[in-house]
Write a protein of this length. Sequence first.
Length: 405
Amino acid sequence: MFFLQDARVYRLLTGLFFEGVSTGLFMMALPWLMLKQGDNATLVALIALVCTLASFLLTPIFSTAIDRFSRKYVLVCVQLAQALTALLLMLASLDGEVSTLMMASAQLIYWVTVDLAWNCTGAFIQENFVEEEYPRISSYQEVLMQGVMLLSGALGVFLLELWPIHYFALFACLAASMGAISYALMPYRRKLRHYHQRRFIKQLTESKTLFLRQPKLMLFLAMSCLSYPVLMYLVKLVPIFLADKGFSGEWFALWKSSYGFGAMMCGLAVVMLMTRFSHEKLMLSAIFTIAFVLSIMTLAPLPWVLVVMTLLIGFFNALNRIARINKMNLVIDTNERGRIDGGLKMFSTLSQSLGYVVIAFLAHWQITEWGFAVIAIVMFCAGISMQRYITASDIAVQEPLRCND
């Protein structure tokens, strides 16, 4: 309880709350409102593709900025950029129906700034907190994040058909402004070096060196990152599968909710788990459990099985992510954290895109039920690779002991 009274904690969580509500509801509303303007399904899909590509290309630049500038300043600037974007969209929509191009531009700005804020938040927590505080702040962050996701979904159900675009834009503007104020008021213990005399491009090109310096560790972290592309893969695969088999949309709604509840349960239990087990073992067990759960989905692709199993995926995906973030907090230099996170994000985005290609082929061949088997095999391979890293690390620790004997 005393930890929550720390200004660093409650102001960070307040900022994350307003940021999550703003982006969650606004990013849900924009594609829907574009679809309502006419036959824009292909355009909406192309906009999502452009946003993903832009995020991928901007990641190295954003990651270097995170390692160069005040992370508190970056978080505040992100919220101000989102507030200004929403305000301009609201003003443009007061004269009548806003153009699809303006809504697409707003979606692009929100998309890339959300990615920037996500990477910056991890680096900021590493910098502004200490080792003993990492598990607790991760727990609060996970519960809050999943709660906001469920809240945004619930609001979306009621408001998507009721609110015009300027209401959503006004709401997003106010929420982002409150997020900027919360972040601006946070106490900040800057540990990041100042790089006034060092060129930005020089720092940017160092990213490759950072990964090659510890290739086995980076491969271990990259394999752990696959749990997020798996989730995005399932978000696309499950509705296609349910529609192909003739099941109702209610099952898909239940499926999405089950993930959020599973992740929230992890947030409540993660502090206890991290005090009893190492980060590496938690990450490995989470990856293998996700692979096992996907195997069950392959053998019994029934709606209720998908819902129950996704509850476990939500729990272990969150556990894997939190354990990975906390391990990085301990082993990655805070001056390099942004670029390491950026490289891992690019790998994750590339894997996610490949997953969408696989789904397209499976849907074309009308064998979407095999999509669960494909991703289960990928996760088993990732787990085996991570196991080899842990085994090699244990051997490296034991060798000096044998020499001393």
